[in-house]
Design a protein around this ligand. Structure first.
Ligand code: NI
Length: 265
């Protein structure tokens, strides 16, 4: 796949994302007005380990975009596994999936009521932002799920799309640290995810990250529209490893807390 096709995919993905997370577009505009050129460090997706939306079933689409698998990560407390993919001159892709079999019977049944109708294989890059491919749940089922797995509730309500985009702090000129970017964002009135500290990671693990809290937007449920957390914007600074090469991976302990950016406050 050529660079311009890939760029069009990321443009469409961004447009879908800012539709439900308009604060990210505002922050990007504010950075650009401050003279910055905003480059993406990575984009992240969420899915269930079920049928045509399982990570292994969606992976061929990521490879079709020109990416190569890079590494795997595990989040036992959140019942998640994830893979990272790399492609030269493009944002890294981080895709996690929920191991549905590890949820309680009640939560598993709600997720299966969503995923069991899925039959058709997903094959096109645009399928990665097709949204919710199952009927809307009752809001009470969403709330029941969120008690046990905020991730499962988010995914049932919002479906396949970018969960977050991440600004590369390395590519910014007037910001040297993640903390400075978070201050800039906070001064404009946006909330920062403080779970595990504002800045997750350190130069010692070669990656520092911070993020906003997700936008709160009305989303359609079977019994009408309810305001729920949608998507957030992240900021990442990468450091060179001992070999002198910029670190390309992710840090599970930090990502574990970044997942909580879609928690309801
Ligand atoms: Ni991220």
């Amino acid at each position: 796949m050529d660079d311009s096709t890939r760029a069009r995919f990321f443009d469409a993905l961004w447009n879908d994302f800012v539709d439900i997370a308009p604060h990210a577009a505002d922050i990007r505009r504010a950075l650009e007005e401050a003279g910055e050129t905003v480059a993406n460090d990575h984009v992240a997706f969420r899915t269930f380990d079920r049928g045509p939306i399982a990570l292994s079933a969606l992976e061929p689409i990521i490879l079709q975009l020109g990416y190569k698998p890079f590494d795997e990560y595990h989040f036992p407390e959140k019942h998640l596994r994830a893979r990272a993919y790399l492609c030269a001159n493009s944002p890294r892709i981080f895709m996690s999936e929920l191991i549905v079999g590890e949820l309680s019977e009640g939560a598993r049944q709600i997720v299966q009521s969503c995923t069991s109708a899925l039959r058709t294989p997903l094959t096109k890059p645009s399928d990665l932002h097709l949204g919710r491919p199952w009927p809307a749940l009752p809001f009470s089922a969403y709330e029941r799920l969120a008690e046990e797995s905020e991730y499962a509730a988010w995914l049932c309500a919002l479906g396949l799309r970018a969960n977050h985009f991440t600004v590369s702090v390395n590519a910014l000129r007037r910001f040297a640290t993640v903390s400075e970017v978070l201050d800039f964002v906070e001064q404009r009135g946006y909330r920062i995810n403080a779970a595990g500290g504002r800045v997750k990671g350190s130069p010692g693990v070669y990656l520092e990250q911070g993020s906003t809290m997700a936008d709160q937007r009305p989303v359609a449920f079977s019994d009408g529209s309810h305001v729920v957390p949608t998507c957030y914007y992240e900021f990442a600074l990468r450091h060179p490893t001992a070999a002198g090469i910029l670190y390309e991976g992710f840090v599970s302990q930090s990502a574990d807390k970044i997942f909580e950016s879609t928690h309801k406050l």
